[in-house]
Design a protein around this ligand. Sequence first.
Ligand SMILES: *Cc1c(COP(=O)(O)O)cnc(C)c1O
Length: 389
Amino acid sequence: MMDVFLQEALREIREKGLERELQLVDGPQGARTRVNGRTVLNFCSNNYLGLADDPRLKEAAVASIHREGVGAGASRLVCGHTRAHQRLEEEIARFKGAQRCLLFSSGYTANVGIISSLFGPEDRVFCDRLNHASIIDGILLSRVPFKRYAHGDMEALERLLQSGGGKKRAIITDSVFSMDGDLAPLPEIVRLARKYACWVMIDEAHALGVMGKTGKGLAEHFGVETKIDIQMGTLSKAAGCLGGYVCGSQALISFLIQKARSFIYTTALPPSVAASAQRAIAIMEEDPRRREQLWENTRYLQSGLRDRGFDTMQSQTPIIPVLLKESGLAVAFSRRLLQEGIWISAIRPPTVPQGTARLRLTVMATHTQEDIDELLGKMEKIGRELGVR
Ligand SMILES: *Cc1c(COP(=O)(O)O)cnc(C)c1O
């Protein structure tokens, strides 16, 4: 019975060209990665700074494993709060210039826990239409009434804010949008938040280590760090590890420790992961060359794609979409690229809105100019083959 139902549901997904498949990786996340037994150029990893297999991060993990073992043993509030966790939280808080920081197991669980503990049915949340799924899931779990404004549209946001109501009110936004690679207009969001008595929460998942003069994120880029109430982010992307974090006031963090269920009811991160992440933060801070190389590569790839007539939407970051609109075309393009030795995933609804299927390219500091030239040549060739542009 169950399988009949599931087979039918799967057939529907397949017929719409929306089936997702796992690709098997061997070895580290490099500019070249081994997938399904072949070595290909990887343009879909969020490992922006190439830290995921950095020898210093590996060393930190190995040393921690020898000292502390592999598992944390329990949740943070029971007996899983190790010195490695505490040090990392102190490091992130210091780096971000925040009063205090709290770690979660992932960015996903951070968003779910923060939002569901802070807001309830008597409050109001205002949300960019393209916010990450983990923000939406936190909102749904909290049962807070929420209104979505058209992507980046500050006039639409202001109209929503004018309709009163809500005991507590908050604007929540990705800072760098994960599928479009464009930027939230934080100065304007902060101004509207003041005017309409809202808190501001930003998700710096793709901005930590990438945006801002010293890699602190988009709040630093715009110089609005002190005007954001809740800054969350993840250690799984540019930091090359795993773990979500939130930075804010003492009171915010104390409250979350009491209330955030995805913090309380789950086992702490392995201490070795915290040790590696602490090394990653230190490297981000000490070594701006990686970030500079990332931006050099980003500019080179963006202009190369635009010169060849591809629609890269409003991308201003190392996340570069190539808009193809139809899911079938995006999948065909991605398959042809893989045959040619280049790995880029096709992104389709429901991850992106209907009619906006795309390739999502991400560039890393560890790509060489030859890697990018090879990509551009093959994009051009396959684009011509498939009648794109
Ligand atoms: C990836 C991502 C997350 C989730 O972070 P994980 O650490 O991978 O769970 C949250 N928000 C945004 C915007 C993301 O891109």
